[in-house]
Write a protein that binds this ligand. Structure first.
Ligand code: NAD
Length: 258
């Protein structure tokens, strides 16, 4: 049985992850963590998630290290905010617990800090700005299109998300820019990203390659957040079976798309 802890368990993604973990035959939720001031603090994580009672109450993030020691999870899943996520991953590193991280908005410095922490502690990790299968195929198509079209075509990205999203541009748009830039041998900052925050949009990304005579567009639309939670279940199994100590893998590795 894979023992799973969830950080950000009362959030939009966290609740879906709790629900999906509860419905997997080979997984068990052993800890659910959120900020101390959360109105659902102390309540059953299953009920918060709109599922059955799971006998795991929401606990305060300030007690994370203690919780990890007691609950002994194999994997900590983190969908919170960048700053909190860095602290949570440090706690997981100290407790030698593997991590699956979906949080976005890390600065370059935070990203480097994570790499150092994970390398030093030797824990296994999957960190990905997007856990959907479709988006990861989108990244692969982006690399292939960039390789074929080359620098004669100007790449640009438009992303649309719900109004509650905290980071701009989206982690997915930044990752797409990185993938294309690597292929073209340019700086990711040279690729224009337009961000739109609108209604309840789960997440749309369009990559355009344009020259004066034509434009090629690749679009992905997430229809439901469940798609990310389903990807997280695959990443949990992958990180324990195929993750390498001290090395950060992403969803491209999980899906074998590299
Ligand atoms: P949300 O605001 O609904 O949920 C975040 C939760 O984290 C909140 O309940 C908040 O109280 C909690 N939190 C904050 N600090 C914490 C801490 N120190 N410890 C524990 N919990 C803490 O946001 P969301 O829509 O669920 O998104 C969360 C993150 O996941 C964002 O960075 C978002 O961009 C990212 N995201 C990634 C993917 C992906 O596929 N990788 C998909 C959707 C969202």
């Amino acid at each position: 049985m894979i023992r799973v802890a969830v950080c950000g368990a009362a959030g939009r993604m966290g609740r879906l992850i709790v629900r999906q973990v509860a419905s997997q035959k080979d997984m068990k939720l052993v800890a659910a963590v959120d900020v101390p001031e959360h109105p659902m603090m102390g309540k059953d994580a299953g009920l918060i998630a709109g599922a059955q009672k799971l006998g795991v109450n929401l606990v305060e993030s300030t007690k994370l290290s203690e919780v990890l020691k007691k609950a002994k999870p194999h994997v900590l899943v983190d969908f919170t905010v960048a700053e909190a996520s860095v602290q949570n991953i440090k706690a997981a590193s100290r407790a030698k617990v593997a991590v699956v991280v979906g949080t976005t908005g890390f600065t370059e410095q935070q990203r480097k800090e994570l790499e150092r922490t994970i390398k030093r502690s030797g824990i296994r990790a999957v960190i990905s700005p997007n856990f959907s299968v479709g988006v990861n195929v989108f990244f692969k198509l982006a690399r292939e299109a960039a390789a074929i079209l080359g620098r004669d075509y100007e790449p640009s990205i438009t992303e649309v998300h719900h109004v509650y999203k905290k980071d701009v541009p989206s982690g997915t748009a930044l990752k797409a820019a990185e993938e294309v830039a690597k292929e073209l041998g340019i700086d990711p900052e040279e690729i224009k990203i337009k961000s739109i925050r609108e209604g309840e949009v789960v997440g749309d990304h369009t990559l355009v390659f344009s020259d004066p005579f034509e434009a090629l567009e690749i679009t992905h639309r997430a229809k439901s957040r469940e798609v990310f939670a389903a990807g997280v279940m695959r990443a949990i199994r992958y990180v324990l079976k195929k993750g390498k100590p001290g090395i950060i893998r992403d969803m491209q590795d999980v899906l074998g798309l590299r």
